[in-house]
Ligand binder design. Structure first.
Ligand code: F6R
Length: 366
């Protein structure tokens, strides 16, 4: 059932071109510049009159929510807050009937996310679900929703479910932008055409596997690791760090690259790898200065860069090249090498990658 792969996690990493295609199927019409989300279409009016969205989730799903925040604010121009469900539910949050709450959950069973939904529902908010498991508890209590269609995820550490959550949130951002007239038709055609090509770019990103394995061999004995990114690559850094700590038990932290000098910079030495997401997008130059700051302090840098990049190559100890994409889609592609890096490091350390200690696939108690 592992389809020839050593672990479910690796199989699921490799399934991503397919799972994202499934997620996009019947939902985007690039030539017409049209997004169709049948699950939420009855709420099109609501979306036109919205002032604020609150995203609630836990763990990896919360990271997907952070990517969603960047995309929805950028393209649909609606203000978004992203909350840990466990904090939101106990904080007496301010919620009104005007609000839209988007709950993200792979399993659809997470206790804290469920409780956050119930609270928001009581206060009259509209609730959308972004779930993977069809017919699970969360999709049954939400008003509407969009399934991710990633298929069953067996590996406890989430991989393909994450990228399909990000895909759904990307679709929602463009759908809302379309409904609200926040985007021109020609821009939509351009973005949807790029989105349609993402599964093919992920296939290319998976070809970095051998290179990543070599890098993993160099860093498998690290005790700490830092992941840094800016903009929508910041949540990618958080997700990279979570993946590494979950399956390899190496202590890892994700930070916005600019926050490095407000604390984590004190940790930098030759023993601690620093992984940068340094693709050629709006914050490229800023990230380059951050890389220089790490190198100046004797740190070792692994950088995820856009294909053909030579500037970062000259500075970093190791570079992993991924195909260039439009800014909106970096998280979908940049996540792939980070999943592979964690996977190989964990395997080399002899860890049980599919079932890491102390973790459960679905967290039904708070
Ligand atoms: C990390 C991971 C967890 C889940 C979290 C939420 O790899 O799998 O952090 O993301 O427990 O689970 P769902 O999405 O099922 O609500």
């Amino acid at each position: 059932e592992k389809g020839g792969y050593d672990h479910f996690m690796l199989k699921e990493i490799y399934e991503q071109p397919r799972s994202i295609r499934d997620c996009l199927r019947g939902r985007i019409y690039p030539q017409q510049g049209n997004v169709q989300l049948g699950g939420i279409k009855e709420y099109a009016d609501k979306l036109r009159n919205l002032d604020r969205i609150i995203i609630v989730a836990c763990g990896t799903s919360w990271h997907a929510g952070l990517v969603g925040e960047y995309l929805i604010e950028e393209y649909a121009r609606i203000s978004v807050e992203v909350e840990y469900a466990s904090e939101f539910r106990y904080r007496n949050p301010i919620i009104t009937e005007k609000d839209l709450v988007i709950a993200i959950s792979q399993s659809g069973e997470t206790a804290d996310t469920m409780a956050a939904i119930e609270l928001a529902k009581e206060k009259g908010a509209t609730i959308f679900g972004v779930c993977n498991v069809v017919g699970a508890s969360i999709p049954r209590v939400t008003h509407a929703g969009v399934y991710t269609h990633a298929g069953p995820e067996i590996g406890v550490a989430s991989t393909k479910a994450f990228t399909s959550q990000v895909t759904v949130l990307t679709l929602m951002a463009f759908y809302m932008a379309q409904q609200r007239g926040a985007i021109t038709q020609s821009k939509l055609i351009e973005y949807l055409t790029e989105l349609d090509a993402i599964p093919t770019l992920i296939e290319k990103a998976l070809k970095t596997n051998d290179k990543i394995k070599e890098i993993a061999a160099k860093f498998k004995d690290s005790r700490n690791c830092l992941f840094l990114g800016r903009g929508s690559s910041f949540p990618v850094a958080l997700e990279g760090a979570l993946k590494l700590k979950e399956i390899s038990y190496i202590h890892a932290e994700g930070y916005p690259a600019a926050e490095m000098k407000h604390g984590p910079i004190a940790l930098i030495d030759a023993e601690m790898p620093v992984v940068f997401i340094a693709t050629k997008h709006s914050s490229y130059e800023k990230v380059i200065s951050n890389i220089q700051e790490v190198k100046a302090r004797g740190g070792r840098v692994i950088a995820i860069v856009s294909e053909g990049d030579t500037t970062v190559k000259d500075m970093a100890d190791y570079v992993i090249e991924i195909p260039q994409t439009g800014e909106a889609f970096v998280p979908l592609v940049a996540t792939i090498p980070l999943q592979l890096l964690s996977y190989h490091i964990a395997v080399m350390r002899g860890c049980n990658v599919d079932q890491p200690r102390n973790l459960a696939k679905s967290v039904t108690v708070e």
